[in-house]
Design a protein around this ligand. Structure first.
Ligand code: HEC
Ligand code: HEC
Ligand code: HEC
Ligand code: HEC
Ligand code: HEC
Length: 216
């Protein structure tokens, strides 16, 4: 009798199906692992943007502080994305002939904002607040990685509940002196554990793990 499926092509699928019949637990574990895999969390995927803005040129090469562009990060829930006027403050003069800046000049001329696409996005039922984290010594790099080395920003952490809770249960190893929260290359000069404990005490750091903290 001719096989229903071409041999080979569906072997993987079929063995999975067999496995499913035999051991539901394995499948459940598979699904749960799936939830944690980068494929599901959207980690490491560069998000294409309408304009090739490159953090490497602006943070590493030019040494511009994150707060110069993400102006509300220390005082509000949102870090904020800079308006065109801020870019034009430099680019009306600097590299003003560059073809890469054409979308910027056009947006500025037409007086429309640039439609940047979100890279980090939590579901609506989650409450997050930048100010509270950065004012308690959690640096940008802890949650966003080395954006100063990224051509296009991508997500380096899972951003799932387990990730939030891991740090909320034990924040000290993730703390740094407040003057270094935007310094992505900062390394502790003293013994990290002792420093973390001291900072947690000095800054009175007590994150909550109660559900209403993040689901309100
Ligand atoms: C010259 C302005 C400028 C500076 C300086 C700057 N950024 Fe940005 N940043 C932007 C713009 C514009 C975007 C939106 C486009 C994009 O995602 O690349 C952005 C996007 C981001 C995003 C992704 C936002 C999202 O959609 O999730 C992160 C994270 C970020 N910046 C972190 C930083 C950090 C950390 C620093 C300092 C090390 C920094 N930025 C410095 C302009 C800047
Ligand atoms: C403080 C001044 C300053 C600000 C503000 C600034 N830039 Fe720049 N930008 C520069 C400089 C200087 C370079 C060239 C850097 C290099 O090549 O190392 C550059 C390079 C660029 C380039 C690459 C140009 C090319 O031909 O390679 C793009 C695109 C760009 N910037 C977009 C933006 C956007 C979008 C914003 C606003 C979110 C912005 N810049 C804000 C100074 C600035
Ligand atoms: C504790 C982790 C954490 C720290 C620390 C942190 N961020 Fe974020 N960031 C996030 C999360 C989570 C989001 C997505 C927020 C959402 O979807 O509501 C985000 C979103 C952003 C965005 C997108 C726009 C916005 O306002 O939501 C920018 C830009 C950004 N962060 C920049 C920064 C900069 C710059 C710093 C340091 C000064 C920083 N972040 C520190 C976790 C963090
Ligand atoms: C690397 C450590 C770290 C990560 C990751 C982290 N947090 Fe926090 N979070 C803190 C610290 C530290 C505080 C400040 C606690 C305090 O006020 O003493 C805090 C405070 C908060 C607060 C204010 C309420 C409170 O507990 O005081 C909210 C809301 C919050 N975090 C949500 C989140 C969410 C949502 C995520 C995941 C998307 C997250 N956090 C990830 C360290 C972290
Ligand atoms: C520090 C922040 C934080 C705290 C505290 C927290 N959560 Fe969450 N929770 C999140 C984030 C972020 C997500 C979205 C990402 C995800 O699904 O993992 C989430 C997602 C969820 C979801 C949806 C899961 C899914 O698969 O879609 C449920 C249900 C939930 N939380 C329940 C709870 C309960 C119950 C508590 C208290 C025991 C709690 N959370 C405490 C941050 C938090």
């Amino acid at each position: 009798m001719a096989p229903l499926y071409k041999p080979g092509t569906d072997t993987v699928l079929r063995s999975l199906a067999l496995l499913a019949l035999g051991t539901p637990a394995v499948v459940l574990a598979g699904l749960m692992l799936g939830q944690r895999s980068p494929l599901v969390t959207g980690q490491y995927e560069a998000v294409p943007q309408p304009l090739q803005f490159d953090h490497r040129h602006h943070t590493a090469d030019e040494g511009i502080d994150c707060r110069y562009c993400h102006t509300t990060v220390m005082v509000s829930a949102h870090a904020g994305i800079p308006p065109i006027e801020l870019c034009m403050g430099c680019h009306a003069q600097v590299w003003n002939e560059s073809p890469l800046l054409e979308p910027l000049r056009k947006a500025s001329f037409d007086d429309v904002p640039i439609a940047w696409r979100s890279v980090h996005r939590l579901p609506d039922f989650v409450y997050f607040n930048h100010a509270i984290h950065v004012n308690k010594g959690v640096g940008c790099v802890t949650c966003h990685g080395r954006v100063d080395e990224m051509a296009l920003v991508y997500q380096v952490v899972p951003l799932n509940m387990g990730w939030c809770l891991d740090c909320h249960r034990n924040p000290s190893p993730h703390l740094r002196p407040l003057e270094h929260v935007t310094d992505v290359a900062w390394k502790p000069k003293e013994e990290p554990e002792a420093l973390g404990r001291r900072l947690a005490q000095e800054l009175d750091v007590h994150p909550s793990v109660e559900c209403y903290t993040c689901h309100r």
